[in-house]
Design a protein around this ligand. Sequence first.
Ligand SMILES: Cc1ncc(COP(=O)(O)O)c(C=O)c1O
Length: 364
Amino acid sequence: MDPGELIDPKVKETLRPKLGKEFYDETAGYASVVRMGLNENMVVDSGFASMLLEEAAKRTDPRRYPAPKGACAIKAISEGIGVWEDEVVVGNGADEILDIICKVYVGSGEAIVAEPTFEMYRFYIGLGRGSARTSMLTKDFGLDVEGILASITDETKVIFICSPNNPTGKQFSKDDILKVVEESDRLVVVDEAYSDFAPYSLCRESTRYQNMLVLRTFSKAFGLAGLRLGYAVSTNETTCWLRAAQSPFNVNAVAQEMARLVLENNKIYEEYVKKTIEERAYLKAELDDVNGIEAFESDANFILFRVLSKDLRSADVVARLKGAGFEVRDRGALPMLENCIRVTVSTRQNNMRFAGELVKALRG
Ligand SMILES: Cc1ncc(COP(=O)(O)O)c(C=O)c1O
């Protein structure tokens, strides 16, 4: 008997046994390629990050379970951003919080996803046995507010909006997002994984609306992707159900200490963000000079560009770049994004070398 046959068909449809494997080349390890495909933050100085990590390790006793449900990190975050502890949920990456939102709020109901966007919303909706309903962005990658509102059905529980949107890059207008919140009467999840690199954040607003939740992560601006730490801000009425659904010891002790340390050093991280924004402008200018592509504006730490030639597929360009030692994400299979590639803003040296290799990859 194949135990696989016991799996709910709806869940099986969603499961991707190889999910994530493409990000790690087991034979070569991490060192062999320049990773510009996962929006990690290499602008953060590795020496500084290591120093804080050593300090976090010193303050931690690995024999003991961590503070339950990220309580230490919650305290640091609530002080850092100026909201009540009750209004914060901490997760093993923002991913864990998305998973729990889908389990608790979407369940076997429906969620609307403003697409093209981060693929994990659909994944967690399906895993929780729910259905995803697509509302496409406007032609210029804006939020189609009327389209979203018109897509709502009796089964709609949650609306997912990613702003700045991954992979298109722009932050949506504040008014548009708040209009969806005010007029939808559903839980609106605003994923602000990249908002540190953008003009504004709705983090504080989310405690003023009963039906709004803002999701943030330490993986991007704080360069802690390897520690897995994310959080959500909402009213206590929403966060209490999410916390109730989490495993008691979901976030490890070192990550919780690191939350405290990086927030204490916020001024230094603000400088890294400033530098990333400068590097984004540099990379965008380099891409604008490359013949045969169109690069889109970005408010995040990545840039989306389209390969314009009809004879060249984005997948081939990505493969050639990989051959030259640069890993980027092919986004060409997503709706509206035919022949598009997403590249992470990295250090000056990497950005400069990438632009040179891209020119060669486009020539073949
Ligand atoms: C839009 C968006 N949301 C959430 C996440 C997940 O963040 P974390 O690393 O905290 O799980 C990512 C990661 O790339 C992302 O791009």
